[in-house]
Design a protein around this ligand. Structure first.
Ligand code: MGD
Ligand code: MGD
Ligand code: MO
Length: 760
């Protein structure tokens, strides 16, 4: 069977609704993923490609950042990994003929789903000022255009260099090096919208912004709390780890406003028994109100403090700072206020406490359900307080586990993709490359949008991603992008950011993870770092989608040579020719990478980066200890007649890439414009199941942000809460509604009212 052509647009968004599922994975998942893969790749390529995912001599799955275990199955991928691979290894192509047939205004009118379905980009394309369509351009001319605009800037700080989290360590290292040699720290990245709150909270409290557990720790835990995360859809391979933990006697508490099928029951497709029956995962479900987590953990901390012998006094004395102040704040926690903030019952919290007190080894895992709120950083700090109290950091089977999204988002940060780099990192860069890197902090995502809006940034360059659709406040973001002089996207697939552009625009097509990367010195591989700080190689085998493609490292090297010219003493040509020479430099600049090339060669499964709290209970914070903190408890206040909306992912999407129109586990089919509302709230608000409403966001700036035409679905979410898919709902997230300290868009707490749609 050959690849099927994509469907027409506008795609019919006509949601059908059935009962939500109570189990994830299993046979339907395998069948579903193979069907999607075969439509894109045909049968033979599907088999060849999928067998290489996450094997020691294969490529790293571009799906998510969950680690691979040491004993790998033949099929070390999941349904969503298969979809991510199919999306990249598709046989469909977007050629210059396509752009000749579709002016930019046409592309701007298409759905993200349709754009993505057109296939892989094959040629560098240029949209000249005033032109109505993209035209093919040579790579040399493309780099000339970028150089023209960059050198015309009043200051290097008028340029922005965005990164999405699929970029390899090698490409990321070169990219930040280029930006800093050019003279700016404007390196916003997807992490700013994702786990920045985790990074901020963890750096302050334990001294390193990364999780402190390895995969084996999960297998050894007594208790795993999964808060604000939907692994059945977003990290399916994590379910195998939870299953294994349970087989070893662990208990699991799930904290979520939604009952998510994956956390209820898991049918492991890699074991015959798992396929049939599956394992129940959650022992206790705490159906929390959106934004109630800080209050919950604060009360749990009080209850632990009130229990004789429950705190690890020796650990606290030896390794922590700020205990007294924290304990005073925690003791003042109030039951009634907590029940209001969380919507939970006393009985449920007591049950949780009993499980917590009997556990000797506790891990807390979380993702976007904790990071995308105004008070996300104090919430995560409270989770740290909770773990510190019983000494649950820096010993086997215990710790913090922020579960990352993009497959190399953690590695990109390690390589220096950060608008606020540590002085020590810049010192090392200066010493190695002999130039003075800029020291002033750059713009993060939200500030970058503001800078373009205000005319302070004029060139926008993106290493991957879909900035326009992923960012908050879509109308503001799109207007800001249109004010830029030049927008450039290094991309594999077409997306909305190619249609909403600056005065001039370029699309630079690049190799994906699955593809062979041939350079002057022969075939290259790259490296990535997973969510648990394991670094390993990734090697593509497929023939590139087009002979015109350049790899990401090659694009940066050629751009740097063109823009920096003889001013740069960096051996860009050599880097492009042989990626091992890039790794030699990483080894000298980034801590933990000494003998990088040798260690990658001798550890096909990868090696672990050092993590002082995990490895030696050393906490490199400003106090030299793990810091307890005592922030006031916050939770969202909801005016009458309003709901608190979270914007989340369906099962058939990868961020802004839409694979299909179903959200199987939640019982939604054939459409994405749905809003999930509790039946009792729907009743109070007078919105019937199946009726159509506009979501109207209310923010202190008084501007009315509206997302029209959502089908109401009565759904068992927590009271007062609603859920709808991103990116469609990004129009509702105000640009300045962000988390304190981390500045992450608060896209999980949007106050909305529902208005009956005019065309019902
Ligand atoms: N298939 C697939 N895989 C992916 C992605 C994808 O789009 N598709 N995206 C990748 C990326 S970049 C990321 S960051 C991750 C995202 O992974 P997740 O964080 O799992 O993704 P979301 O869909 O945003 O789900 C957030 C979860 O938090 C819950 N939640 C919302 N608000 C609250 C709250 O206030 N408190 C609590 N306790 N829970 C809350 C929601 O009900 C939901 O279950 O997944 C990665 N993997
Ligand atoms: N409302 C709301 N907004 C959110 C979120 C939310 O939960 N709610 N989540 C936020 C989160 S967690 C994240 S991480 C961001 C995601 O933000 P981004 O990372 O910017 O978005 P993606 O949709 O992952 O980017 C998809 C595009 O990446 C390109 N691409 C894919 N693979 C490659 C590759 O190998 N190389 C290159 N160069 N390009 C490639 C393709 O062209 C594709 O169209 O969105 C954020 N926005
Ligand atoms: Mo993310």
């Amino acid at each position: 069977m050959a690849a099927k052509p994509p469907q027409g647009d506008p795609v019919q968004d006509a949601p059908q609704v059935a009962e939500p599922k109570h189990a994830a994975a299993g046979l339907p998942a395998v069948g579903h993923s193979l069907r999607i893969a075969q439509q894109q790749m045909g049968v033979r390529r599907t088999a060849l490609t999928l067998l290489r995912v996450n094997q020691k001599d294969g490529f790293d799955c571009p799906g998510c950042a969950w680690p691979e275990g040491d004993h790998r199955h033949t099929a070390e991928f999941c349904e969503n990994g298969a979809k991510a691979v199919a999306e990249e290894a598709t046989l469909r192509r977007v050629t210059p003929d396509f752009f000749a047939a579709h002016p930019v205004t046409d592309l701007a009118g298409r759905s993200g789903y349709w754009l993505g379905q057109q296939g892989r980009l094959t040629h560098p394309m240029y949209l000249a000022e005033g032109a109505d369509r993209y035209e093919p351009v040579s790579w040399e001319r493309a780099f000339d255009i970028i150089a023209e605009e960059l050198t015309a800037l009043g200051s290097p700080d008028e340029a922005l260099f965005y990164t999405s989290g699929r970029t390899s360590n090698e490409a990321a290292f070169l990219y930040q090096l280029f930006a800093r040699e050019f003279g700016t720290n404007n390196l916003p990245d997807c992490s700013n919208m994702c786990h920045e709150s985790s990074g901020s909270a963890l750096t302050e409290t334990i001294g390193i912004g990364k999780g402190s557990v390895l995969l084996e720790d999960l297998h050894k835990a007594d208790l795993i709390i999964v808060a604000g995360q939907n692994p059945g859809t977003n990290h399916p391979r994590m379910l195998s780890a939870l299953e294994k933990a349970k087989a070893g006697g662990a208990k699991i508490i799930t904290v979520n406003p939604l009952p998510e099928a994956g956390m209820e029951r898991f049918k492991n497709p890699q074991t015959p028994k798992g396929m049939l029956k599956g394992a129940a995962l959650t022992d206790l479900f705490l159906q929390i109100r959106i934004g109630g987590d800080q209050a919950l953990f604060r009360l749990l901390n009080k209850l632990i403090l009130d229990t004789d012998g429950a705190v690890d006094e020796a650990f606290i004395r030896e390794h922590t700072h700020g205990y007294e102040e924290f304990a005073a704040a925690a003791r003042a926690a109030d039951w009634d206020e907590t029940l209001t903030a969380t919507g939970l019952t006393r009985d449920r919290i007591d049950q949780a406490l009993r499980m917590i007190l009997t556990s000797e080894r506790t891990i807390v895992c979380w993702a976007m359900g904790l990071t995308q709120h105004k008070h996300a950083v104090p919430t995560i700090r409270e989770v740290v307080n909770f773990l510190l109290l019983r000494g649950n950091i820096g010993r086997p089977g215990a710790g913090v586990c922020p579960v990352r999204g993009h497959s190399n988002v953690q590695g990109d940060r390690t390589m220096g993709i950060f608008e606020r780099p540590a002085p020590a990192f810049l010192d090392a860069l200066e010493k190695e490359f002999g130039f003075a890197p800029p020291r002033e902090h750059g713009y993060d995502v939200v500030r970058a949008i503001g800078a373009m809006r205000d005319g302070k940034a004029k060139v926008f360059f993106a290493m991957g991603g879909n900035f326009v659709s992923a960012s908050p406040d879509t109308d503001v973001t799109e207007a800001a992008m249109r004010r830029a002089r030049l927008t450039v996207h290094v991309s594999t697939k077409l997306n909305r950011s190619h249609a909403v552009t600056g005065a001039r625009a370029l699309i630079l097509p690049t190799l994906g993870r699955t593809e062979r990367d041939l350079q002057g010195s022969g075939e290259q591989f790259v490296t990535v770092e997973d969510s648990m700080g394991m670094v390993h190689a990734s090697r593509g085998r497929l023939e590139p989608a087009s002979p015109e493609l350049l790899s990401e490292p090659a694009i940066v090297c050629r751009l740097a040579r063109r823009v920096l010219g003889p001013d740069s003493a960096t051996p860009w040509e050599e880097f492009e020719k042989d990626y091992a020479t890039i790794r030699d430099r990483i080894a000298r600049v980034v801590p933990g990478f000494q003998d990088f090339n040798a260690r990658i060669a001798s550890n096909p499964g990868g090696f672990a980066l050092p993590h002082a709290p995990r490895d030696e209970r050393r906490f490199p914070t400003t106090t030299g200890k793990a810091n307890f903190t005592a922030a006031p408890v916050e939770y969202p206040e909801l005016p009458e007649g309003r709901l608190l909306l979270q914007t989340l992912r369906s099962h058939d999407q990868y961020n802004t890439t839409i694979y299909g129109l179903d959200d199987r586990y939640r019982g939604i089919k054939n459409g994405r414009r749905v809003v999930l509302v509790h039946p009792d709230d729907a009743h109070t608000l007078g919105v019937a199941d199946g009726s159509y409403v506009d979501l109207v966001s209310e923010w202190k700036d008084g501007i009315e942000r509206r997302a029209p035409g959502f089908r109401v679905v009565h759904y068992p979410t927590a009271r007062g809460c609603a859920a709808a898919y991103y990116p469609e709902t990004n129009v509702l997230v105000p640009l300045d509604s962000t988390a304190d300290t981390s500045n992450t868009p608060a896209s999980k707490s949007v106050v909305v009212r529902l208005e009956q749609s005019r065309t019902d």
